[in-house]
Design a protein around this ligand. Structure first.
Ligand code: SF4
Length: 452
């Protein structure tokens, strides 16, 4: 972890031995929510086949948009969610199947700091009681030892002895997060999941909390998983990063390598959105890539690459190599509408309706086609496929219409889940464009940044 000095951008990278044994190893982890199974719906694939490791003493960041599965991943790692499959090994011990007393014993060593200090503390308990609660739950020491321990940690996070008897509502957001940190550390865990620990705080308070976390990491030998959507914070404090999209880690590697030379189209788009980060390196010097729409529902992820219906670098069939990028965007949007109508996915339909400005849930196929393709000059064979799909949709066969578009315009990105490609040691990206048979990813991303 590197240290943030007040409002300054100065950074000191600490050296975590890149050959160190991992403290945490995650292999093929899947955590699904089966809430609607009785109604016949598939499960929500919150975490879907995720693998990575975290070295002892390092800060590993997980970044991605809201809803990508970051928090479920963090909760799975400390046993607050039950994994459907895969393995989590901590310090050589497989903790995935632990239950009862064994699980409780292990959870002493793994704690979590939650995002919202307003929500995560019980307002009916005093600060002393809140911080002492994990010690009570694990029957740690004598009452006097517990009191001493709580006093030590309150002091260590910058609170006063008299705060022991006060209540959470008497504190500011930054102080409340300090209380949350004291509570998480009072059992001296070795691994801590920090779930957006500063995103609810004022910018001026954020730096102080981050510095505190860094000091405590050094002092107590902690290993962190740092979950965040604020990329600037992640860049400052994480040694390595995993970029998450729709329950998958699509790219991971050392923080600086990822930020200066993103190798996955999603990472590239995410980083291009950082406003005016003067330290952002090569990635900041290019035009912003605006992704269309929002991620698909994790209940209905695409069959192939999870990013396939939004990817600005998607592989397209050779026979349509002359089609411009905007036409491909319109075709993808038409497929999305048809698939959402076929599934009666009201959330997605509402979002698509917002972006297209027409009633995509109803029967107005002509309006949708006019909105998407009306002004475009299309090659005859492309226009024919669009018209044939529209004909099917007019009869209510939305699924068939979507399949027809897929048969004509689909590609390897729709069919294959990309393998993890090792770009260099400790650097992995899941994108078929790393294969030799496709145009190389740097060239394609550069075109997108130029708006070609
Ligand atoms: S596999 Fe295809 S859709 Fe997925 S990121 Fe790579 S180019 Fe984009």
């Amino acid at each position: 972890m590197s240290r943030v000095h007040g409002d300054d951008d100065a950074v000191q990278k600490s050296d975590v031995d890149s050959h160190a044994e991992p403290l945490v190893t995650v292999d093929g982890l899947k955590t699904y929510y089966h809430d609607s199974r009785l109604l016949g719906d598939p499960p929500v694939r919150a975490v879907d086949d995720v693998s990575f490791d975290i070295r002892e003493g390092e800060t590993f960041g997980i970044v991605g948009e809201s809803g990508c599965g970051k928090t479920t991943l963090g909760r799975s790692l400390i046993g607050l969610e039950t994994a459907d499959s895969g393995e989590i090994v901590v310090n050589g011990r497989d903790i995935t199947g632990l239950s009862g007393g064994e699980k409780r014993e292990w959870q002493r060593d793994a704690q979590m700091v939650f995002q919202d200090p307003e929500e995560s503390l019980n307002d009916r308990m005093t600060i002393g009681e809140i911080v002492r609660e994990p010690l009570d739950a694990h029957d740690w020491g004598t009452p006097d030892e517990r009191r001493e321990r709580v006093a030590y940690f309150l002091d260590r996070v910058g609170l006063q002895p008299e705060h022991y008897y006060r209540y959470p509502h008497q504190f500011s957001g930054g102080q409340r997060q300090r209380i949350g940190i004291a509570r998480a550390l009072v059992l001296e865990p070795e691994f801590v999941v920090l779930d957006e620990p500063v995103s609810a705080l004022d910018v001026s308070v954020q730096a102080r909390i981050i510095n505190l976390l860094e000091e405590l990491q050094d002092e107590l030998g902690l290993t962190y998983l740092f979950i965040a959507h604020d990329l600037s914070v992640v860049r400052h404090i994480c040694d390595r990063v995993g970029v998450m999209y729709l329950g998958n880690i699509v790219e991971r590697g050392p923080t600086e390598a990822i930020f200066t030379d993103p190798q996955h189209p999603y990472t590239d788009a995410l980083l291009s959105a950082i406003p005016g980060d003067r330290t952002a390196g090569a990635a900041s010097n290019r035009e912003r890539v605006t992704l269309r729409g929002t991620p698909p529902s994790p209940r209905y992820p695409p069959d192939g690459c999870p990013f396939t219906n939004r990817c600005p670098a998607k592989v397209h069939p050779d026979e349509f190599s002359d089609l411009d990028h905007e036409t491909w965007v319109a075709i993808e949007e038409f497929r999305d509408v048809l698939r959402a109508r076929d599934r009666a996915d009201t959330n997605l339909l509402t979002r698509l309706q917002g972006s297209l400005g027409v009633d995509v849930a109803g029967e107005e196929v002509d309006e949708i086609v006019a909105e998407l393709f009306g002004d475009r000059s299309l090659p005859e064979e492309v226009r024919t496929v669009i018209d044939e799909a529209a004909d099917r949709a007019r009869t209510g066969a939305d699924g068939e219409a979507a399949d027809h578009l897929g048969d004509a315009f689909g590609s390897v990105c729709d069919e294959e889940y990309p393998e993890a490609h090792e770009i260099e040691a400790d650097r992995v990206s899941r994108c078929v464009r790393h294969r030799e048979e496709y145009r190389d990813i740097d060239t394609v991303l550069a075109e997108r940044h130029r708006g070609d």
